[in-house]
Design a protein around this ligand. Structure first.
Ligand code: TYD
Length: 140
């Protein structure tokens, strides 16, 4: 793990090193090297229609890394103590998204491909989709 800037339970933007040469660019994500978990699942969101906002949930356990590998989008984060907006607009810009952040993704460019690396397999029970329940679990 060569990135010790990650704090427990605190989502954070971080840079992925670009390995470029005359042929173009390449970026690498390796479990427990430049991200702080083992990747069990990968999914990607693309072809998002204009004006769409998605997400609207937090998790009990799942940690994620979000990278807009093409185009750009914004992510609204809310951990009950702070709210912020993050812009993902480059393949070397990554967001470590901790389970305690309610998140919504929006303003997708038509070419946006949002890559998501997750620490857990898909389990519907790991999602908190009700905002009041989210406050009960993570508030105070
Ligand atoms: P959903 O969680 O609603 O997407 P978002 O939070 O980005 O708005 O997921 C859409 C559908 O895909 C939903 O029926 C659950 C399913 N799904 C899986 O089966 N596996 C997965 O890994 C993910 C992320 C979603």
């Amino acid at each position: 793990m060569n990135n010790n800037a990650f704090l427990k339970n605190e989502s954070a933007l971080f840079d992925i090193q670009e390995l470029g040469d005359s042929r173009g660019a390449l970026a690498v994500v390796e479990s427990m090297k430049n991200i702080p978990f083992d990747v069990k699942r990968v999914f990607y969101i693309y072809g998002t229609a204009e004006g769409i906002r998605r997400g609207f949930h937090a998790h009990h356990k799942t940690r994620q890394v979000l990278i807009s590998v093409s185009g750009n989008c914004k992510v609204h984060l809310d951990n009950t103590k702070r709210k912020k907006e993050v812009l993902l607009d480059h393949p070397t810009k990554a967001l470590l998204l901790e389970p305690n952040d309610w998140h919504e993704m929006y303003d997708f460019s038509p070419d946006c491909v949002l890559l998501v690396l997750a620490s857990e397999l898909y389990q519907a029970e790991d999602y908190i989709r009700d905002y009041d329940q989210f406050i009960e679990v993570y508030g105070s």
